[in-house]
Design a protein around this ligand. Structure first.
Ligand code: ADP
Ligand code: CA
Length: 427
């Protein structure tokens, strides 16, 4: 892809230490003939894990302070022109929005990116605009849980305001359960990395009504505030708590056409209420019987982990990353048809400990419809299950004609896998 000056276009790709996505974006950039510069907070040694030759250079950015990170990018952009800044997760979405607004590049407003990332601001925006979403209250982590428990309805969900990947999200059905869940979340918020968060919302707890029903995820792209739905994923494993582990995603959705239309409508309304107008979004909604879909969350980023690998668009099988880069560079992205069904299983952590090895991977790969099995945990890695943890053992990918067959293949493949996990002294 060439710019007006005949030079290859250049994007700055913001990738956090813990992200899996750098490689897939690098491949996408290469296919599009776009130069991708890697903006990362990975320390030098860790950055060696990535094949830097795939990138047109890299830029060390400390992501912890969004304003500082944006200033660093703007300074760098004086000597190296960027045509777009592409984030890959919620913290980098806020930095990208700040930097883009300072550089006059198209993107979301910093306020919108900040709202999307903060569960209190999201809930307030949705309620203000009348978008269906659960009623909520916010408390300080220092409040006495027994007193808070007297002021909430059951069943409810407790969650931190600034975390992701279901970290710290717990259901409570009564006062006694609430007090236990609150103490557990409070302890999580006292761990060093979360304790260090300067934003006061890092030290508050959101409590909202538990919304029953099936859950779906929506992948979309916004252009000038208009939502193009790229995929609706069913999450066929029930997410009823007490913790909310993501496992299987399958698309296309098996919900009926009217429900899917309502899902798209609420997602678009939620994005607009938050103020998001440009770029990828990943939303979660619950579908209570006899009520409109309820917006749980809209993130200003594309789907996380390696899950985007389930999506292939058009006859040339373009990746979601290619679409995201094309859109960021102002290129048209159609056509977007997808053929057949696809799914991914985020492999849950069965127990805490130190990861030793996975077996049965070859057998899992041989299951019909299975495209790939990726074990992303590395030997020696400390595995922390939900609700305190926020990672997976790996990913299983399947593709076929029908969503039910894809789902069955994912379950079959998962049954082939065995994980050796050593107990730690504390585990
Ligand atoms: P995160 O940003 O950590 O993913 P979410 O708010 O999206 O946090 O919550 C994670 C998961 O917890 C959701 O996908 C859903 O399954 C469940 N969940 C969260 N809030 C509710 C709710 N109010 N009612 C029912 N389930 C919920
Ligand atoms: Ca979520």
């Amino acid at each position: 892809m060439l710019s007006n000056y005949g030079m290859a276009k250049r994007v700055l790709l913001l990738v956090s230490t813990t992200s899996y996505r750098a490689d897939d974006f690098a491949v996408a950039a290469e296919r599009l003939g776009v130069e991708a510069v890697l903006g990362t907070d990975r320390c030098h040694q860790l950055a060696e894990l990535w094949d830097r030759s795939k990138f047109g250079g890299s830029l060390q950015v400390e992501f912890r302070d969004s304003a500082e990170a944006a200033a660093r990018i703007v300074f760098e952009a004086q000597t190296r022109r960027y045509d777009a800044i592409v984030p890959t997760d919620e913290p980098t979405a806020e930095i990208a929005a700040l930097a883009a607004s300072l550089l006059g590049l198209p993107g979301n407003s910093p306020a919108a990116a900040r709202t999307a990332r903060n569960k209190r601001l999201t809930r307030e925006a949705l309620a203000r605009e009348g978008v269906p979403s659960p009623p909520h209250q916010v408390f300080s982590e220092d409040q006495a849980p027994e007193a808070v428990a007297a002021r909430v309805r059951f069943p409810c969900v407790l969650k931190p305001l600034l975390c992701a990947a279901s970290r710290g999200v717990m259901r409570a059905d009564d006062r006694a359960g609430f007090v236990i869940a609150w103490r557990r979340l409070h302890a999580l918020l006292q761990t060093p990395a979360l304790r260090a968060v300067e934003d006061p919302d890092g030290h508050r707890i959101l409590v909202e009504d538990f919304v029953p029903g099936a859950e779906v995820a929506v992948e979309g792209i916004l252009s000038k505030g208009r939502l193009e739905v790229l995929a609706i994923f069913d999450k066929p494993d029930p997410l009823d708590g007490p913790f909310f582990e993501e496992t299987i995603y399958v698309t296309p959705s098996r919900q009926d056409a009217a429900t899917q239309a309502a899902i798209a409508r609420v997602t678009g309304d939620a994005a607009r209420a938050i103020g998001l107008v440009e770029g990828p979004i990943h939303a979660e909604l619950r579908l209570p019987a006899g009520a409109p879909p309820q917006a749980i969350e809209v993130a200003a980023r594309s789907i996380g982990g390696l899950c985007a690998r389930t999506l292939r668009f058009g006859l040339d099988g373009r990746s979601l990353e290619e679409l995201v880069l094309q859109h960021a560079l102002g290129e048209p992205i159609g056509p977007l048809e997808r053929i057949g069904a696809a799914g991914v299983m985020m492999i849950p952590i069965p127990e805490g400990g130190v990861f030793q090895e996975a077996s049965g991977v070859a057998e899992a790969r041989r299951v019909a419809l299975i495209e790939d099995v990726v074990i992303s945990a590395h030997p020696g890695q400390v595995l922390v299950p939900l609700p305190e943890g926020h990672s997976y053992l790996g990913f299983i990918f399947a593709r076929g004609d029908r969503p039910d067959a894809v789902e069955a293949a994912l379950r079959d493949a998962h049954r082939q896998l065995r994980f050796r996990i050593a107990r730690t002294l504390t585990g």
